[in-house]
Design a protein around this ligand. Structure first.
Ligand code: TTP
Length: 192
């Protein structure tokens, strides 16, 4: 079964995952300015809230249609890692994650602009981050592959220092495809 979504995202990874799974959709990014997490906010709460706000921003503009939005963050303990703002920030994030099992959390929101009604979910995967030598770290940071990616890495880029040790791979890349399919199957009336 295919569904027509409005994908409220500028992420090429989300676009690719949805297309590969055979969903029909158009792209209309939210352009939401992502606020930094407030102290004490749990990563799952933060990601779910941002996904909802991205969906809501597009729903307000479009007035009709089924909006799909997501937000992915990495977490080391309670510390939330968003997209690095520059190379130094990427280095800070990489160093924080080295030698740890980290969590990658994606908040997902399906929002019906015409009613309005929404469904939300949060998916958590575990990523194992091995320590890097100084020269490995430097050459990785020089590569710029950290740009636009939460935590400063892309598990899909096949960098040898990160592996998914638990949970969904697509969730780490930005969209938990299994969870999306479950949500749609569990709420058939939502689609009508
Ligand atoms: C951890 C990780 C994140 N990412 C990406 C997915 C997301 O594009 C990005 C997290 O930032 P997001 O704010 O979730 O998304 P975005 O700004 O790219 O796009 P939009 O808000 O318009 O939907 O990090 C990877 O590509 N690979 C990874 O391994």
């Amino acid at each position: 079964m295919t569904h027509t979504f409005i994908l409220a995202s500028a992420s090429p990874r989300r676009r690719q995952l949805l297309a590969e799974a055979g969903y029909s959709f158009e792209v209309d990014p939210s352009d939401l300015i992502e606020s930094e997490p407030l102290a004490g906010v749990a990563p799952a709460e933060y990601a779910a809230d941002l996904a909802w706000r991205k969906a809501r921003a597009v729903a307000d503009r479009r007035k009709t249609g089924l909006i799909l939005a997501a937000d992915t963050v990495c977490a080391v303990g309670a510390e939330i890692l968003n997209k690095p703002i520059d190379r130094d920030d990427a280095e800070r994030m990489i160093r924080l994650q080295e030698g740890h099992d980290t969590e990658v959390i994606t908040g997902l929101c399906l929002y019906r602009a015409d009613r309005p009604e929404w469904l939300g979910a949060v998916e958590i995967s575990v990523v194992r981050f091995r320590p890097l030598s100084d020269s490995e770290r430097r050459s990785y940071l020089d590569s710029g592959r950290w740009e636009g990616k939460s935590g400063g890495y892309g598990v899909q880029d096949h960098d040898p220092f990160v592996t998914v040790a638990g949970g969904s791979f697509s969730n780490v890349v930005g969209l938990p495809m299994e969870r999306l399919a479950e949500l749609l199957a569990a709420h058939p009336n939502f689609m009508k």
